[in-house]
Design a binder for this molecule. Structure first.
Ligand SMILES: [Fe+2]
Length: 173
């Protein structure tokens, strides 16, 4: 991993423990083990929200670790009411809420249109993890809205910013 991770404001000691964990689990990545390890860590040591920057009316992204095999970890600090795009992910993706609450809407794609299939609220310590055999960036499509100020941790098997972005016009009503 590059030496300049993590980049945080307050440099809380748990950030360095978390970085050590990421170094270990990304070196021999096994999605089920990553989910178990990351969720257990964050439930025991919830990284402090104030270690991450605030962006008004939206969310900030802070990279916490990235392995040359593509696995990466990112922290998102959401202002209340902030909304993500509707987006896809690489084959493995994990999202854990550390503080606050997120509302997540899940979609399925068929013939270029999106159908909402389910929604749920993620409270602190709750997570969504997904694996797919599809190596593209249109897996596990969802849109996220922060119900309140929230910190969430996101792990992906490839660069998450390559996730396919969908227009809200593509959603079937
Ligand atoms: Fe996502």
């Amino acid at each position: 991993m590059a030496d300049d991770f993590p980049k945080t404001y307050l440099n809380h000691p748990d950030q360095w423990l978390f970085k050590d964990l990421l170094d270990r689990i990304f070196a021999e990545p096994d999605p089920d083990r990553i989910t178990e390890s990351v969720v257990s860590f964050l439930r025991a040591r919830p990284l402090p929200m104030d270690d991450f920057p605030v962006l008004d009316n939206t969310y900030s992204r802070t990279m916490l670790g990235r392995h040359e095999n593509g696995y990466e970890a990112m922290a998102a600090r959401w202002q209340a009411g902030a909304v993500s795009s509707i987006h896809g992910h690489p084959c493995y993706a994990l999202m854990v809420t550390v503080h606050g609450r997120l509302h997540v809407e899940n979609y399925e794609k068929s013939r270029g249109r999106l159908q909402m299939t389910s929604s749920r609220i993620l409270a602190p310590g709750e997570f969504i993890s997904a694996k797919s055999p599809n190596t593209g960036f249109d897996n596990h499509i969802h849109g996220v809205k922060a119900i309140e100020e929230t910190l969430s941790i996101h792990i992906s098997s490839q660069d998450a910013t390559k996730g396919e972005i969908f227009s809200r016009q593509a959603v079937l009503r």
